[in-house]
Ligand binder design. Structure first.
Ligand code: SF4
Length: 82
């Protein structure tokens, strides 16, 4: 899960918007703790932004899923180890 240590699912959804529970979201986190929410659906649809402005409140491609997790969505390997 990409939630901050003191953040519950509701707070995460408020901060991130729809991407927090969309199967197309991929969370990348830098060594400094910055989060980047990438939309994998944008790879197939050039009109969509790969890194949409957060929070996303409306999106025609939103596809509900469980909360994104690093294992589920392939957090960039080594990003936290730098
Ligand atoms: S499809 Fe929409 S809601 Fe889903 S990750 Fe992309 S921008 Fe976010």
């Amino acid at each position: 899960m990409a939630a901050r240590p003191d953040e519950d699912a509701e707070a995460l959804a408020e901060r991130i918007g729809l991407c927090a529970r969309c199967e197309h979201a991929q969370v990348q986190r830098s060594a400094k703790g910055s989060e980047f929410w990438r939309c994998r659906e944008a790879d197939a649809h050039p009109g969509m932004l790969r890194y949409p402005p957060i929070p996303v409140r409306a999106c025609p491609a939103f596809t509900p899923s469980g909360l994104p997790s690093r294992t589920q969505h392939g957090l960039v390997a080594g990003a936290e180890d730098e």
